[in-house]
Write a protein that binds this ligand. Structure first.
Ligand code: NAP
Length: 485
């Protein structure tokens, strides 16, 4: 069931921040899995570049340790291939803000292969890398750069960042990563929507009662407190990940599955979002529990008004979705770790089975975490002789079941996206104008609660968020789906 592996072209991939958390946790284990699957060509080169001094052997040890720690079950199984993978790996110490290391790095790059630079460093360094790549002649006209989130802090900073990158790179060379878009199920969502006749006629406000998008985490802000307290759930999650998911649910069918056609349709959705009334926004902060500190303790800021939870009711002003609310919520220290999009269809116009049959609704649930899969809730007769009783059963398209023992082979989002960079396919990356449009919608909401000096509502760790978030839906005669893994 797992798709054929087509090797990509030979490449030189430079990972700026090659010793950092993201590189060790995601990028390098992902590349190892692609190597094991046969997708990495024999003479591909991965070059770590960071500030600290290491020789190749020391860096290979760092990479080995990272793969053992974060590579999961597959890395354990394929441990015998690790030495072969490490032959592709080398290291150059580079000072991104200075002059040292750049000529050495230039000396490692080949002229006739795909060249990609992954900016896996803090965003304050993106401009320095872009400038020095150019100044030291490392950037060719078809080199690709991969830029991590956060892409700006607001509209103004995102504009500045776009302009800085645009000085040295064309938009077709810039890959703004949102790893949610690399998830198998997110792409499957497009296949389900646009590869079947079944759903599309019903995919509008006439048949869809509402849509819920939930991204819930059980962890708190952890060691990211200083960063997070300047950001909050709106900037860290809604402006990018939830917005992208909303776009994929709400967009019109692109004429073809190509980067600009898809991104044009997503952009139209963002531009059609209504400003959100402040009554339709609930922000929260997790409180201290018996064992754990509060959000304010975690960020070491007793007066912090940054939200660790947010719920919003969003309306889209276009023909397809006028009148259908999209409820978004995301937060930390919630009951379970789960990411789900639920498309809740309307009731049948009349129940021929009478009141006692109860209310039954079709729900298409797209689960992104912890397991990826799609289920469609369908109402059927409860089997047996007990009369006409109705029951909801899920039609399950969960990959783990469909793929059996091969399920864990489904590539992680990062490995898929890195291979897309090498292939030169930007479909699953955010375009500059999309990011700006998302900030243009987000900024006034943040300015609104800042100027009203709103303080987030406390909520218990392990709960579903503040009570007011429940009320946001109750007021509309609806309820959130349970947060459960
Ligand atoms: P990190 O652990 O702090 O690593 C930063 C890396 O940048 C290190 O390799 C460091 O090198 C290098 N570096 C810093 N200053 C440098 C300089 N002047 N010259 C050369 N190298 C320099 O950060 P991270 O968590 O990996 O995050 C990297 C980026 O990914 C950030 O933009 C972050 O927002 C984003 N991101 C991270 C995650 C995640 O799970 N970690 C998730 C999503 C997005 P030395 O070690 O040699 O100092």
């Amino acid at each position: 069931m797992v798709s054929r592996v087509i090797p990509v072209e030979t490449f030189d991939l430079v990972i700026f921040g090659g010793t950092g958390d993201l590189a060790r946790r995601k990028i390098l284990p992902g590349l190892f899995r692609r190597f094991c699957s046969g997708q990495m060509p024999d003479n591909a080169a991965i070059i770590g570049a960071a500030r600290s001094e290491h020789d190749d052997a020391e860096y290979r040890q760092i990479v080995r340790d990272a793969i053992v720690e974060f590579g999961g079950a597959q890395a354990k199984r394929d441990a015998g291939m690790l030495d072969g993978f490490l032959e592709h790996v080398s290291y150059v110490a580079v000072d991104i803000k200075g002059e040292s290391g750049w000529m050495a790095l230039a000396g490692r790059l080949r002229g006739d292969v795909v060249r990609a630079f992954y900016f896996s460093v803090g965003p304050s360094l993106f401009g320095d890398i872009a400038e020095r790549l150019h100044a030291f002649g490392l950037a060719t006209s078809d080199s690709r750069i991969v830029v991590e989130k956060p892409f700006g802090h607001d509209l103004e900073s995102a504009r500045t960042l776009n302009a800085t990158l645009a000085k040295h790179f064309a938009e077709t060379q810039i890959y703004r990563i949102d790893h949610y878009l690399g998830k198998e199920t997110v792409q499957n969502l497009m296949a389900v929507r646009f590869g079947n006749m079944l759903f599309e006629p019903l995919w509008n406000s006439q048949y869809v009662d509402h849509v819920q998008i939930t991204v819930a985490e059980t962890v708190g802000v952890g060691g990211r407190g200083a960063y997070y307290d300047k950001s909050g759930a709106m900037r860290d999650m809604v402006q990018n990940h939830l917005m992208q998911l909303l776009c994929l649910i709400a967009m019109e069918a692109p004429a073809k599955f190509d980067p600009d056609a898809v991104r044009d349709e997503k952009l139209k959705v963002i531009r059609a979002l209504n400003p959100v009334d402040y009554h339709h926004i609930v922000r929260g902060q997790y409180a201290a529990s018996d064992h754990d500190p509060s959000y304010r303790d975690d960020v070491d800021n007793a007066r912090s008004t940054t939200e660790s939870f947010i719920a919003l009711k969003v309306m889209i002003s276009n023909w397809r979705w006028a009148g259908t609310p999209f409820y978004l919520r995301t937060g930390k220290k919630l009951r379970a770790r789960t990411s789900e999009i639920a498309v809740v269809f309307k009731d049948t116009p009349h129940s021929i089975f009478g009141e006692e049959a109860g209310r039954h609704r079709n729900v298409l649930s797209i689960q992104l975490q912890p397991n990826e899969g799609i289920t469609l809730g369908v109402t059927i007769k409860e089997p047996g002789p007990g009369g006409m009783r109705l029951v909801d059963v899920p039609l399950d398209m969960t990959f783990a079941d469909a793929l059996g023992p091969d399920a864990e082979e489904v590539p992680d989002a990062y490995e898929r996206l890195i291979m897309d960079v090498i292939r030169g396919n930007q479909t699953l990356f955010m375009r500059g104008d999309e990011v700006l449009a998302a900030w243009a919608w987000t900024d006034p909401l943040i300015q609104g609660w800042t100027s009203r000096r709103e303080v987030p509502k406390p909520y218990d760790a392990g709960s579903s968020g503040p009570e007011d978030a429940l009320m946001l839906m109750h007021r509309d005669g609806r309820r959130w789906r349970d947060i459960r893994a």
